[in-house]
Design a protein around this ligand. Structure first.
Ligand SMILES: NC(=O)c1ccc[n+]([C@@H]2O[C@H](COP(=O)([O-])OP(=O)(O)OC[C@H]3O[C@@H](n4cnc5c(N)ncnc54)[C@H](O)[C@@H]3O)[C@@H](O)[C@H]2O)c1
Length: 344
């Protein structure tokens, strides 16, 4: 039987990749996107989907009960995937309260409507950052949640809503915790597209501290297939880590970007880390649990990075519109102004 998926945050980076992944692999299903089109949500990401009869877009916020309930009633939603969130750690440090309505209240409303309208499954997309940092070894799903930034605390709070609704009301929900994701359509303020697009313009790449913060990188398509696997095969009430198994320090990734674009390492500019000693040094995930469902990441880091760089080279019109906007320039100035001088 065909499904109707509600994909919240579908105009953002992972959401828009997920919509494409799903439409390619499950052509009989319908997709309904609900997105607030914040600075990170881009209508251009959905341009090629708009004429597809299987696709429908609603502008709106997940914390708006009337809107969410209307969609459930009107569209007969069978599955919910919640990608909608304020997703930037550094922004959350500047505005720690602004994310609560999206990352906590909105989750609760999606859960309530999923229960009320009998959704078969509600999957909440969370992050490895809810665990906090780990010096050695790998986080398992049973490890405690010890978030260290307002963003990761917000995501952890959203997860607790999922858990509580599942226990209290039997809502058919589950959670994925994904690692540092990269690929096409990522808004160019996150480190990888920020550095790719700046290097393409021969601008300085402001690297925090010694650049030795280690992240577990996953290609967006692998993250999407992990979420799809958990949605279709995961057990209700469970949490699944979705990690790429590609641990790299930021400095190494930065050098690889420069190499891929044939740009000199002199473009790297080390700047003080705004999070200082509190900046999480390492995240890493144990993925045995989701592997038992038959999932494995398929892309190597080198190959996926190459594809990503090439996408930004081929889609200059997509990111130039963003980086030339006043809002984006204000962001770069607010974060890096003191260190980049005129090279904003
Ligand atoms: N990017 C990563 O490395 C990563 C890793 C693990 C998990 N995640 C999680 O995956 C999800 C998607 O991340 P992303 O990188 O694609 O983020 P993104 O910032 O690119 O996209 C978020 C989307 O959500 C929309 N949105 C924000 N608040 C909303 C609201 N209240 N109602 C409706 N729409 C709203 C935005 O307009 C945007 O389109 C997030 O929940 C994030 O926490 C991201």
């Amino acid at each position: 039987m065909s499904r109707t998926l509600l994909v919240t945050g579908g105009a953002g980076f992972i959401g828009t990749n997920f919509v494409r992944y799903w439409m390619e692999n499950y052509p009989d299903d319908r997709i309904v996107v609900l997105d607030a089109l914040t600075y990170a949500g881009n209508p251009a990401n959905m341009e090629e989907l708009r004429n597809d009869s299987r696709f429908r877009f609603y502008p709106g916020r997940i914390e708006d009960f009337t809107v969410v309930e209307g969609i459930f009633r009107w569209e007969r939603i069978s599955h919910v995937l919640n990608f909608a969130a304020e997703s930037h750690n550094d922004r959350s440090l500047m505005d720690p309260t602004g994310l609560i309505s999206s990352n906590v209240t909105g989750v609760s409303i999606l859960l309530e409507c999923s229960r009320k309208y009998g959704a078969e499954r509600m999957l909440h997309v969370s992050t490895d950052e809810v665990y906090g940092e780990i010096e050695s070894g790998l986080f398992r799903e049973t490890d405690p949640l010890e978030p260290r930034t307002p963003y990761s605390a917000g995501k952890a709070s959203g997860e607790l809503q999922v858990r509580a609704h599942q226990i209290a009301y039997g809502t058919k929900s589950l959670v994925t915790r994904g690692s540092n994701t990269f690929g096409p359509f990522q808004f160019p303020e996150k480190i990888l597209p920020f550095f790719i697009t700046r290097a393409m313009q021969d601008k300085m790449l402001p690297l925090y501290g010694d650049g030795n913060q280690v992240r577990d990188w996953i290609f967006v398509r692998d993250h999407c297939s992990g979420i799809a696997t958990a949605l279709l095969k995961g057990e209700i009430g469970q949490v699944y880590n979705v990690g790429g198994g590609n641990e790299r320090p930021n400095i190494e990734v930065t050098k690889m970007v420069l190499q891929a674009l044939s740009k000199p390492e002199t473009l790297i500019k080390r700047i003080p880390d705004p999070r200082g000693a509190s900046h999480d040094k390492r995240y890493a995930l144990n993925t045995e649990k989701i592997e038992k469902l038959g999932w494995k990441p398929s892309a190597t880091f080198e190959e996926a990075l190459g594809k990503t760089v090439q996408w930004y080279v081929d889609h200059r019109f997509w990111w130039e519109e963003i980086v030339n906007s006043t809002r984006y320039r204000q962001f770069v100035k607010a974060f890096y102004g003191p260190y980049l001088g005129e090279d904003l």
